[in-house]
Design a protein around this ligand. Structure first.
Ligand code: DGL
Length: 265
């Protein structure tokens, strides 16, 4: 039965585990195949053609594992490759952009939204375009925050260093009075608390959480909820030796995961 097949999640590496964490909370009976392209991470500074190629390969792999639906957890892939992916694969493929935008538009009162992400995500203007498709009157202030990824991966989530970096990246948006900010990168939910302390009365939109809610809506729409009532299983696949992934998985998921299988790309 198609409904009992797994959901596929893919990311450039470990960051998509923030999406997995939310899917596990919202859809606990679903089986999941997680694919992290750790040999080719980061995607955040790569070209559109390259990100499309890598993303399409990941989806081919997930379809080989009989995924009934694919979640593009990576914001960079969602920004650069989603159009291609939705048009070229037969299962529902969802990205993180639309879900984050929907929440941000609900949250903003002053119609000023901040967007942060990798360089490629910000250069693509994917969030800005998606916001303006829905409301042209909203002002969008965007900023690439490349240092947030290594900080999150080093587990430096609070304290003086990260506070300084947050100030460096976000002081202009703060001064200009944004009242909602989209965390447009898989890693940024780890820094959510420290960002919230700095921005104060600003609504923080966590794309990971929003895409999980969107995934639930899609499963409902296509009658794809797994009928098993037991806790879903998760399998992990990576494209490089798994030691680094295992270590970071503990930080991102706050639990030990089984040893991922390694695929050679
Ligand atoms: N997963 C990427 C994203 O959400 C961040 C890491 C990378 O650059 O690959 O944009």
């Amino acid at each position: 039965m198609k409904a009992n097949r797994p959901i596929g999640i893919f990311d450039s590496g470990v960051g998509g585990l923030t999406v997995l964490r939310e899917i596990e909370k919202i859809l606990p009976h679903e089986d999941i195949i997680y694919f992290g392209d750790t040999a080719r991470v980061p995607y955040g500074n790569k070209s559109k053609a390259t990100v499309i190629k890598f993303s399409a390969e990941s989806i081919h792999f997930l379809l080989g594992k009989r995924a009934k639906m694919v979640i593009v957890a990576c914001n960079t892939s969602s920004s650069l490759a989603l159009d291609y992916l939705t048009n070229n694969f037969s299962v529902p493929v969802i990205g993180v952009i639309e879900a984050g935008v929907k929440r941000a538009l609900k949250a903003t009162k002053g119609k000023k939204i901040g967007v942060i992400g990798t360089r490629s995500t910000i250069q693509s203007k994917s969030y800005e375009k998606a916001i303006h498709r829905k409301d042209r009157t909203v002002k969008v202030l965007s900023r690439a925050c490349p240092l947030f990824v290594p900080l999150a991966e080093e587990g430096i989530l609070s304290g003086e260093i990260v506070e300084e970096v947050i100030k460096m990246y976000l002081s202009t948006m703060k001064a200009k009075g944004i009242d909602a900010i989209i965390l447009g990168c898989t890693h940024y939910p780890l820094l959510k608390r420290t960002i919230a302390l700095y921005l104060k009365n600003t609504h923080i939109v966590d794309s990971a959480k929003e895409v999980a809610l969107h995934a639930k809506e899609i499963l409902r729409r296509y009658y794809l909820f797994n009928r098993n009532k037991k806790k879903g299983k998760v399998e992990f696949y990576v494209t490089d030796e798994p030691q680094g992934f295992l270590k970071l998985a503990k930080l991102f998921l706050k639990r030990q995961i089984p040893h991922p299988k390694v695929l050679h790309v």
